[in-house]
Design a protein around this ligand. Structure first.
Ligand code: ATP
Ligand code: MG
Length: 656
């Protein structure tokens, strides 16, 4: 039974296991031997992974942790990150290999080889130099998923300038605060962007942001939608005027392994975004190694597709740096999954023969809601590895993903990591791990992670608590931009005595010692002394056939401390002429049966939508405001702010 004082109760068990086929295991990039190798000598293991890259000067020390929590990896080493992602593949004879199959939302497409990429990145780098950008300058990139966004990131890396990519769906205000915080001198943007079949202006948001933020000297504008734009002479420059006339030659300079590479603000799920700083050698080493090991990439035969936006860390590490350093052939798609229709992703998989597909649970649940007959209309037989990132994946969504998209045979890798970690930390190895639906399972070879209690002691198998990282890792953040104290406070003070990095996520071990991520520590509910995770209750709800999506929060309760309040989206909505009372009773009973009476929601509200960040994560703090009848808090990172109105209106009529 569960301990009433456990840091986090462990309520559910999952017994399904999916080992890789013999055939897959036999050809896998990563085998179980890697764990032993890394355990035997962690630093030697990472030094070996760093050999994946081309270095201009070799390091003299693998890790310097003497100034913890500020790490230095591959001390004294020198490299150019963009050279590693582009030029070296051309030099090794792969210039004609396709790097990017770019697919525009309206149906236009571009094929970019590594030789093309080298020319484009070199021209962009020369253009940036002409605009006065040099090493350590900051460049804000505010763009849709067009090839020039990737050229721009690599051009910055080539010059040793830091990029700060701001998601193209963010407001002028969000852009302004990020420009001001990083004091960017250049903004790269487009005139407009395609979203759901329509073009929307983008440059006006830049004009507004730049008018208030004083640091910006130039705005470089790619023409994408041909929309009218206001023009500030002397400041604004068209990409085609400036970049097209540049030389295709640019010699990359080697930078120190610890030279800053980029700043990226976190998604803002739990509050005010943090400007996370990443550097070069360690970051690229781990991005490259994890992409190779976790996705089993075979550069000569695979076609890889990560559906993230480059505005998120997943786009940085698993569209740009990891894949390109590994000489990937990948698909980059500009638009939304339901344009022109709900089969768009599967049509793209079929068109390019995508073999590795990496997406987020929110999209998988959306696909489930849309129905299995949509993917059934396409040939998905090229797929051989599926990945998930961003939130805990509910076991039922995992099973659906493997069965419906992966023909019941592809490994599914559930990858846990954060903007702060820079690269994947906890994940199955597709050729070595018997996968469990809903579990990220084990820290990757070379990575240290543990589940601990309030005192920082590791919990036994079957126990729940807090996820910590107990060893420095190469792609770790080197701080929060301009705020050393916030870095120490946020990540290193909670378990300061032990020297553990506090991830902010709840987790548990199952009986085998595999790790299950259970949502944010801030969201853990306390019901009659039981510490219950939102994830377990949500997964129980999603396992009921009528539920498409669920979000659970703890609301103050006079008798139990907190009561569980669930918000659910039903697959077919509430039946005509019914008040939904029966459906709700069935769901409460279902949760009690699946994980125990203590987890039975006090209240279940049927809603049309859930509040999500623009990266697709459920924002439970806003739902907690609703459940506790408070004014709804900061919604600036919400994808669609009208969702909260929809939910509140629905409640006036439907709540008990
Ligand atoms: P903020 O820190 O501003 O609140 P955020 O944490 O949402 O934003 P990200 O760095 O994009 O910003 O997200 C990392 C978080 O996403 C993790 O801490 C975890 O809560 C969640 N997450 C990512 N991948 C997984 C996964 N595979 N399983 C469970 N949770 C995951
Ligand atoms: Mg976070």
């Amino acid at each position: 039974m569960t301990e009433p004082h456990a840091a986090l109760d462990n309520l559910s068990t999952e017994n399904r296991k999916f080992p890789p086929s013999d055939e897959f295991a036999a050809q896998a990039n990563a085998t179980a031997a890697l764990y032993e190798e890394a355990d035997a000598d962690r630093e030697a293991f990472w030094a070996e992974q760093a050999e994946r890259l081309s270095w201009d000067a070799k390091w003299t020390q693998v890790l310097d942790w003497s100034n913890a929590p500020f790490a230095k990896w591959f001390v004294g080493g020198r490299l150019n990150v963009a050279y590693n992602c582009v030029d070296r593949h051309v030099e090794s004879g792969h210039g004609e290999q396709v790097a990017i199959h770019w697919e525009g939302e309206p149906g236009d497409s571009r094929t970019i080889t590594y030789a093309d990429l080298q020319r484009e990145v070199s021209k962009a780098a020369n253009a940036l130099v002409e605009l006065g950008v040099g090493a350590e300058d900051r460049v804000a990139i505010y763009m849709p998923m067009v090839p020039e966004a990737i050229f721009s990131m690599l051009a910055c890396a080539r010059l040793g300038a830091l990029h700060s990519v701001v998601f193209g769906g963010f407001s002028a205000e969000a852009l302004r605060t990020r420009i001001e915080d990083s004091r960017a001198k250049l903004v790269i943007t487009t005139d407009g962007q395609y979203r759901r079949g329509k073009s929307a202006a983008l440059k006006p948001a830049v004009d507004e942001a730049v008018a208030k933020a004083g640091s910006v000297e130039h705005v470089l504008v790619v023409k994408r939608t041909n929309s009218d734009v206001e023009w500030t002479e002397g400041r604004d420059v068209w990409w085609h005027d400036l970049v097209d006339r540049q030389s295709e030659q640019h010699t990359p300079e080697a930078f120190d392994s610890e030279h800053p590479l980029f700043i990226l603000y976190t998604s803002g799920t739990t509050g005010n975004p943090k400007g996370i700083l990443h550097t070069s050698g360690g970051y690229l080493t781990q991005a490259s190694y994890t992409h190779h090991a976790v996705f089993d990439l075979k550069p000569d035969t695979d076609v890889y597709w990560c559906t993230a936006d480059i505005g998120w860390v997943t786009g940085h590490s698993y569209i740009v740096y990891g894949p390109l350093s590994n000489r990937v052939t990948q698909v980059v798609y500009e638009g939304t999954p339901d344009t022109p229709d709900k089969g768009r992703h599967w049509q793209i998989v079929q068109k390019y023969g995508v073999s590795i597909y990496y997406t987020a649970p929110t999209l998988i649940r959306t696909f489930m809601k849309w129905g299995a007959d949509i993917p059934a209309g396409y040939d998905l037989s090229s797929l051989r590895v599926l990945g998930s990132v961003g939130e805990p994946i509910n076991p039922e969504a995992w099973i659906w993903y493997r069965e419906t998209i992966g023909a019941g045979k592809t490994p599914v890798v559930d990858t846990w990591w954060q903007t702060e970690t820079g690269a994947i930390m906890i994940s199955p190895l597709p050729g070595a791990t018997a996968a469990k639906p809903g579990s990220a399972q084990r820290p990757l070879p070379g990575i240290g992670a543990k589940v601990v209690d309030d005192q920082g002691n590791e919990v036994p198998h079957g126990g729940g608590g807090y996820l910590v990282l107990d060893e420095p890792w190469p792609a770790m953040l080197r701080g929060i931009w301009g705020d050393e104290q916030r870095y120490r406070d946020t990540y290193w003070s909670r378990f300061g005595e032990q020297g553990y990095y506090f991830a902010g996520d709840g987790a548990k071990y199952d009986a085998d010692g595999d790790i299950w991520l259970l949502g944010r520590v801030d969201d853990v509910m306390n019901v009659s002394g039981h510490r219950i995770s939102t994830t377990e209750v949500e997964s129980a709800l999603v396992s009921h056939p009528t539920v498409a999506e669920a979000a659970v929060v703890g609301a103050t309760d006079a008798t139990t401390g907190q009561g569980i309040v669930a918000f659910v989206i039903l697959r077919g909505g509430v039946a005509e002429g019914s008040d939904g009372a029966e459906a709700i009773k069935a769901l409460r009973d279902h949760v009690a049966k699946e994980i125990g009476p203590i987890a039975k929601p006090r209240q279940i509200m049927v809603v049309p939508e859930l509040p999500k960040t623009r990266s697709g994560k459920i924002m439970r703090r806003l739902l907690r405001d609703v459940a506790e009848n408070r004014q709804v808090g900061d919604v600036t990172t919400l994808a669609d702010s009208s969702v909260m109105d929809l939910i509140s209106q629905g409640l006036k009529t439907g709540s008990p």
